[in-house]
Ligand binder design. Sequence first.
Ligand SMILES: Cc1cc2nc3c(=O)[nH]c(=O)nc-3n(C[C@H](O)[C@H](O)[C@H](O)COP(=O)(O)OP(=O)(O)OC[C@H]3O[C@@H](n4cnc5c(N)ncnc54)[C@H](O)[C@@H]3O)c2cc1C
Length: 425
Amino acid sequence: MAWDFSTEPEFQEQLDWVADFCRNEVEPLDLVFPGAAYSRNPKAKALADPLKQQVKDRGLWALFLDRDLGGPGFGQLKLALLNEILGRYRSAPVVFGTAAPDTGNMEMLAAYGTPGQKEKWLYPLMNQEIFSAYSMTEPQGGSDPNLFKTSAVRDGDQWVITGEKWFTSAGARADIIFVMCTNGMFVVPRETPGVEIMGYPPLHNHIRYNEVRVPLGNLLGPEDGAKVLAQRRLGGGRIHHAMRTVAQVKLAFDMMCERALSRESHGKVIAEHQMVQEAIADSYAEINMLRLLVLWTAWTIDNSSTQAARTQIAACKYTMGKVLREVSYRALHIMGSLGTTNLTPLQAMWAGAPTMAIADGVDEVHKVTVARNVLKGYEPHPGLWPTEYIPAKRDEARKKYAGLIESDPELAAWADAAVRATARG
Ligand SMILES: Cc1cc2nc3c(=O)[nH]c(=O)nc-3n(C[C@H](O)[C@H](O)[C@H](O)COP(=O)(O)OP(=O)(O)OC[C@H]3O[C@@H](n4cnc5c(N)ncnc54)[C@H](O)[C@@H]3O)c2cc1C
């Protein structure tokens, strides 16, 4: 029986451990020492590193990477199940070695890096000895890579990069930045002369690359291959975001249900008001639709490739923003005034929904991808009528029974009457 929605018991045991570990170790660290898991401060590191070691000891570190690259090689489906837990906790992804933007960059390095590049950047990234950022979007337009201008010119044994990027997440604290140029993808150490990080936006940096010189070996993949590498990178990144979004909407749902049972209004607990029930019922269905779409996509990647799952990944991309927006809004609303404050996770979750619909490509572009790819499986109808135009189909079907209808007028009359009755109905 191939259609099976269960999790194998050994992995379920791991997931149960992860849920306990996140609740008992990661969340308290997050609440008391926010950002410790990312910090280079020795005291903060001393708190976070033992947790990372426990994850490594359980064989759950960098779950997205294949075995030959140092991960456990569990694949995307198991990563999806893991991320359904990790996504609830701010620093859990970094404690498990699966945090963006490093994961997407590592996948790109794993797929296109030479052995020397992997040695230099992939393994240190995996071990969080260094952190990275991804610099693709430009101020004049992000959705259309044809508008990008940042380029590299070869000068002897160096590439000289000139251009301007915008919204490079964590660019200011990254050790290396993957810079998409019109003629290739380059790895640029942040401290290289000419890398100018502007004051705003503070977290998603505006960066000028002023004749930045890097060695020839910092070109990743082939010359002119940047768009292919970007697709590889963003495909992985998008599905990982979708996995963590499942965790977020489940958290919102748990909060919604708890509140619905805890609060009274107009003579009954609010869970007994039908409009609250509608919010719960709609959210339940939407969360499970998103979850199954994400798991099916992860399964497809495991059984083919990220490229083969492109349509599904795009569908996950715009569905996650929509479900996050709807479910977090309903949960926030049911929480009443408290929901509008930053004293629960709901306000930030709802405010994050537009980001999900923009970062890694705006929803419109992904919808275009889905529609285009889906339409490749269709053709225009050959004649005037749509294929499912019933009178034309019936005329065609009557040919199958022509002999019978001609030889039996009584049956023919019955058929005509039955068709007329259907038309009236
Ligand atoms: C929190 C956050 C983190 C980010 N991190 C990174 C990062 O680390 N690295 C990086 O390189 N970039 C990053 N980005 C940038 C992100 O990838 C871009 O914002 C995105 O690609 C859209 O580009 P834009 O902002 O220039 O919007 P535009 O391309 O100007 O689009 C604006 C609007 O125009 C409309 N539109 C555009 N194209 C179409 C179309 N084809 N059809 C219909 N409507 C369309 C849509 O309504 C769209 O929302 C991040 C963005 C956010 C919000």
